[in-house]
Design a protein around this ligand. Structure first.
Ligand SMILES: C[S@@+](CC[C@H](N)C(=O)[O-])C[C@H]1O[C@@H](n2cnc3c(N)ncnc32)[C@H](O)[C@@H]1O
Length: 283
């Protein structure tokens, strides 16, 4: 879908200022200075940069200027809304790159995608722009996303991800579930992460929403040092079931999902080759 071949660094340096400079208000707000950040977020990929520019130009009128103004007036002491999320070109470029890494520009089929803990919803925005149908779920605990409602035109709903109810019934089976920099598996009360039992419940519930060849991406998000042993245990579990390291997290395809969920839900994988031996499970 519209892939533009990379033509080297010269082309990149032509594109980056054009991307940011195409928005006069963004330039006034100092966003022109983020051209290098955009390049970094786009991993020096001209296609990602061009897609970023296309997505930004399709946003409702005034959104780029509004975000640039928020970003310019950012208040680092405001812990509720991280003003860095208003750095629109950088986040859109990053979301496009994430979509590309997941192969979403290569598939001909229109995919149904659900992004857990979506935040501002940059990833669903990138997916929709390619022609997929994405929805973002987030626990808008502090009601901070009301201020950007409609600015990022995605299908977003409020939802608290839990081990037993990771997502609502979307009315259709879902091809891809993503969670970038997720917080939902962090347990604030004990400064730790979900253990194996909660992950198994989570995946058992999640696979019921997936299509037979559905995939799940779960990012890592180290929030504090206290979780280090739990993070290592989580990685060991994911490795053990056959999840693939992907971006800053883990990609679960059919077999890994069957192993971790312990069900054959839609996958037909409940045979001796795939199920994890109970005795090999850690407590
Ligand atoms: C670090 S942000 C990541 C946002 C976005 N995915 C990104 O990569 O930019 C984590 C998001 O998870 C949301 N969140 C935290 N706990 C959640 C839960 N239990 N269910 C759903 N969303 C949750 C927060 O509201 C926040 O928007």
């Amino acid at each position: 879908m519209n892939a533009t071949p990379t033509k080297g660094l010269g082309r990149l340096f032509q594109l980056a200022p054009a991307l940011v400079g195409s928005c006069a208000a963004a330039r006034k707000a100092g966003l022109a200075g983020s051209a290098l950040e955009v390049l970094r977020a786009a991993r020096l990929d001209t296609h990602v940069i061009e897609e970023t520019r296309r997505i930004m130009s399709d946003l409702p009128d005034g959104v780029v200027e509004k975000f640039a103004a928020y970003y310019k007036d950012r208040d680092p002491s405001n812990r509720k809304v991280k003003s860095k999320y208003y750095n629109l070109p950088v986040h859109v470029a990053h979301a496009v790159w994430q979509a590309k890494q997941l192969g979403l520009y290569r598939v001909d089929k229109k995919l149904t995608i659900v992004d857990l803990g979506t935040g501002f919803g940059y990833f669903p925005l990138a997916c929709d722009s390619i022609g997929h149908k994405a929805a973002g779920l987030d626990w808008d605990r502090w009601k901070v996303y009301d201020s950007i409602s409609g600015d990022i035109p995605i299908d977003r709903s409020e939802w608290i991800v839990t081990p037993d109810e990771p997502m609502p019934d979307m009315g259709v089976s879902v091809d891809l579930v993503t969670a970038f920099r997720p917080v939902f598996y962090y347990e604030f009360d004990c400064d730790s992460l979900w253990g194996e039992e909660k992950w198994r419940r989570f995946f058992s519930a999640l696979v019921r929403h997936l299509s037979p060849d559905g995939r799940v991406y779960i990012g890592e998000n180290r929030i504090s040092q206290g979780q280090k042993p739990a993070l290592e245990a989580m990685r060991a579990l994911f490795r053990e079931v056959g999840a693939e390291p992907h971006q800053n997290g883990w990609l679960f395809a059919t077999e890994a999902l069957a192993r971790l969920s312990g069900t054959s839900q839609a996958h037909g994988m409940l045979d001796g080759n795939v199920m994890v031996d109970e005795s090999s499970r850690r407590s």
